[in-house]
Design a protein around this ligand. Structure first.
Ligand code: ADP
Ligand code: ZN
Length: 608
């Protein structure tokens, strides 16, 4: 192929296959790439795992000159460059960790047009002569990653990013593409304005992550519960989030003593150790990382198969971001939240320490939303997307515990009346715990003190346990028959809908969830693969990764390996059909994997 007048070669779908080994574009990738190729600015909000890197790597391959990628994290730059090089793309990075020789080498490659991609940190734009050096080279376009860092309205403002507004000014005919995974409408406008994008092609992708399975389980004894989950997920990479540093250490030690390769990560650990642990996780040497939310930015690992929240998250945005680290490769991944009411007072305690009243109100509101997410019998995906202003168009998402359980509608009117009557007869002045005590006929000091054992509904719900009545309170709150009032000691109030139910003007039903086994759930999303072979290919991948000093997922993603474990490619041309196998990887690794698959099949003739 030779370049046409505008400087790039067609077709882009050919490049997608030969360089990246992919059959089809993900949503929005093609329109973004075409815009860049037409020299148009781009602004794109795409969720984690949406495939942003390809949106600039592919046009960089096709256009004349070097694409400059601005990226805030040094640790990620190296991974990105390694990944590009594995696909045969000439790439380099420039950052403060490099010595003078290394720098001048990169400048030389830039000057002689030997680079398709150059990753740089934003602060470089403030350095003298840097812009002139870029001007002396041939620049195809600029890509700004994590573009929300330029906005003070965003959650990650970095003053260094402000210098990027120089780009459109100094490079008038060079397109600029800005990418982010989080931007409200307001942040979006701010980003476009601050960088100075010129009538950009705007993309707001759906935040739905179809390959993620969302589940909430009741939290009881958390350690054995996690161990139980891990039994079904042997050898799979995953993150366990906990709120405090102590609990991170506890769970990591507990898992270690149960033979699981787990490492801790939190801001209290020495920098060196944190780095080492993250690296070990990245390289599949540690299966599990137990972490506080300090573990976040800078994880590019594509084969995270599960994210567990062992404690209640403080807000839904954070929850979405954290779960978003699962399944970047597009393969099924599990997001499990353990929800226990006992976590609520702990978060309230933090909230009570906030001095700014407005901030405090927001924090309470956010906490209520998370509790709602965990306790409402509403499709988890619908709730998450609704939170980002997106209306999920289907009745059943097939990828959450609510939608995939065998769900049954049951009438809960009678029990709802018992509960609400207890609240009403005690003047709507008590919290859920006390009301449940009344209904179940508990003998507590408070009950005796207030003579609540004389209330008509005292003990009327004895036949069912406290847990049941507790969850009924949640249900009534979720369906807005009850509401909570007050911050520190919230009391239950009966709403209009609640009194309609109480006085027989309305009935109320709830979904009854049946427990189903994890393995069953996954089938709906993706068909299976040969797990024994996968273990072997994963081993081979790890060896190659060690030899090349790159993370394993950069050699091949889990998705590529899973496909190999379904299709058993035996020739190079079969191998070529596997997603993620481009020309360069085919040449580098094709034979080795074919050989391993053939050996496996000879040793296990019954497989085929
Ligand atoms: P983001 O930066 O948006 O979080 P990445 O660029 O890291 O996402 O891409 C996530 C994963 O999806 C990577 O493993 C990447 O190779 C893969 N990917 C990207 N585009 C495609 C595609 N068109 N087909 C299949 N896989 C893709
Ligand atoms: Zn659902």
């Amino acid at each position: 192929m030779s370049p046409d007048e505008s400087g790039y070669t067609y077709p882009i779908s050919g490049t997608l296959k030969t360089v990246f080994g992919f059959q089809a574009f993900r949503p929005n990738q093609e329109s973004i790439i075409s815009s860049i190729l037409e020299n148009r600015d781009v602004f794109a909000v795409m969720p984690t795992g949406g495939g942003k890197s390809l949106c600039y790597q592919l046009p960089a391959m096709l256009m004349r000159g070097t694409a400059i990628v601005i990226s805030p994290l040094i640790s990620l730059m190296k991974d990105q460059v390694d990944a590009a090089e594995e696909n045969g793309i000439d790439a380099a990075f420039m950052n403060s960790s490099m010595n003078a020789d290394e720098m001048s080498d990169v400048y030389r490659r830039l000057k002689y047009n030997k680079l398709k991609l150059l990753y740089i940190a934003p602060e470089r734009f403030a350095m003298p002569h840097f812009i002139e050096k870029l001007k002396a080279a041939s620049i195809s376009f600029f890509a700004i990653d994590e573009a929300h860092c330029i906005s003070e309205w965003g959650h990650d403002f970095r003053p260094d990013y402000l210098g990027l507004s120089l780009i459109p000014e100094k490079f008038q005919n060079v397109p600029v593409a800005a990418f982010t995974a989080t931007a409200t409408q307001r942040v979006q406008e701010d980003i476009i304005d601050r960088i100075g994008l010129r009538k950009p092609h705007i993309v707001r992708a759906s935040f739905n992550r179809p390959n993620l399975f969302y589940e909430v389980r009741a939290k009881a004894k958390i350690e054995p519960q996690i161990l139980d989950f891990l039994k079904d997920h042997q050898g799979e990479s995953g993150i366990i989030y906990r709120t405090t540093r102590d609990s991170v250490m506890e769970i990591a030690n507990f898992l270690k003593s149960n033979g699981i390769a787990a490492l801790p990560y939190h801001a209290g650990l020495p920098q060196e150790e944190r780095k080492r642990n993250q690296e070990a996780f990245n390289r599949d040497e540690a299966q599990v990382i137990a972490a506080t939310i300090a573990f976040g930015m800078g994880i590019d690992k594509s084969n995270v198969r599960f994210v567990i929240h062992a404690d209640l998250p403080k807000n839904i945005e954070g929850y979405y971001q954290e779960t978003g680290r699962a399944g970047r490769d597009g393969e099924p991944a599990h997001c499990l939240l353990f929800f226990g009411r006992g976590d609520i007072p702990k978060i309230r305690y933090f909230i009570n320490n906030i001095t700014d009243e407005r901030e405090k109100d927001i924090a309470v509101e956010k906490l209520n939303q998370t509790v709602g997410y965990a306790s409402h019998n509403v499709c988890r995906r619908r709730q998450l997307l609704g939170f980002f202003g997106e209306d999920y168009p289907h009745d059943n998402c097939g990828g959450c515990d609510i939608c995939s359980g065998s769900v049954e509608q049951i009438d809960i009117t009678i029990d709802a009346r018992i509960l609400m009557s207890a609240a009403s007869r005690t003047g709507q002045r008590f919290g859920a715990g006390h009301i449940v005590d009344i209904v179940t006929g508990a003998d507590t000091k408070r009950i005796r003190e207030f003579k609540h054992n004389e209330v008509k509904t005292f003990g009327a719900g004895k036949g069912k346990d406290k847990k049941y009545w507790r969850s009924l309170v949640d249900e009534l709150l979720a369906q807005e028959a009850l509401m909570r009032e007050g911050d520190t000691y919230p009391v239950l109030k009966i709403t209009q809908k609640g009194s309609d139910i109480m006085f027989g003007r309305e009935v109320i039903t709830a979904l009854k969830k049946e427990e189903i086994k994890t393995t069953q759930k996954k089938k709906g999303i993706q068909e299976g693969y040969d797990e024994a072979l996968f273990a072997r290919l994963r081993n081979l991948r790890k060896k190659l990764a060690e030899a090349n000093q790159v993370p394993p997922y950069i050699i091949f993603s889990d998705k590529s390996l899973h496909e190999m474990c379904r299709l058993y490619p035996s020739t190079l041309s079969n191998m070529r059909q596997i997603s993620g196998v481009g020309d360069v990887k085919l040449e580098r690794y094709g034979e080795k994997f074919i050989h391993e698959i053939a050996r496996y099949l000879t040793e296990n003739p019954e497989v085929r």
